[in-house]
Design a protein around this ligand. Sequence first.
Ligand code: COA
Length: 290
Amino acid sequence: MKFTEGMLRDDALKGKNILVTGGGTGLGRSMGEYFLSLGANLVITSRKLDVLEETAKEMMAIKGGKVIPVACDVREIAQVEAMWEKAKSELGQIHVVLNNAAGNFISPTERLSTNAFNTVLDIVLKGTSQVTLTAGKDWIAQKQPGNFLNIVTTYAWTGSGYVVPSAAAKAGVLALTRSLAVEWAKYGIRSNAIAPGPFPTEGAWSRLLPGDLVKKFDPARKVPVGRVGEHQELANLAAYLVSDFSAYVNGEVITIDGGEWLKGAGEFNNLDQIPQEMWDMMEASRGKKP
Ligand code: COA
């Protein structure tokens, strides 16, 4: 058994209709593909209908099932509401929402225009809230259980320079996740989050770390397990959280980062740069033989 293999049994998501925002590319697509192979039907959304249509075609050719592409800018409530109605008209009730759509600019904060800052806040926090409210109000009105899975990041709780609007917005999404997990549990609605560490994707990585930057700041070097994540690892965790196997998991954020953020947090963790010989010398200086 390898971590690059699918983990759940083939029918684990049979009969589930799952909405994946930002589902046309990257991690959203990888998670969606795995949901599909476990028997789910999907609605995938983003602003780019042509990309969504191509993705839907490719996914259905490989995995079967139904993939409905719906263009939606999550910043626009009218588009979110229209997307939700279209999703329901195509698939019937939607059972799971994966809030995955995001935007981010790596930049010194003082260089960001007000509009740039607001753009990230709007996509990440307002977009997630709007999709969540639209789905949640409908589920409550229909007396229908539901399940939210929100993609956040470890800097939602540590904060991080150079991605400040994203950090502020993701912290908000985490608070939304935990708050609604309690408030809406009485309606049979669960809310959980995943905080992924570095998982390479074509789009985000080339935009966030263009050119040689990805070599210079090789994210694998910061990860205690010594590598970046495989998409299937994230898909396995996401599939578990959207499935009924996780029925007792509510209000949780699960980190999947190979220990990356804790390495940055522990006061003495950078002592891993001390070579063995130096530890030997230190031991010897206290009179202990190496
Ligand atoms: N760094 C800093 N500011 C930037 C920027 C960058 N790389 N790219 C755009 N901006 C600024 C623009 O100058 C503009 O501000 P201004 O009006 O003051 O000049 C503001 O941000 C909005 O830019 P615009 O291009 O109009 O935004 P948009 O709404 O068309 O698209 C995104 C914004 C985030 C959706 C788009 O950049 C995108 O698709 N990004 C890819 C998704 C992504 O970031 N994924 C990573 C997920 S972690």
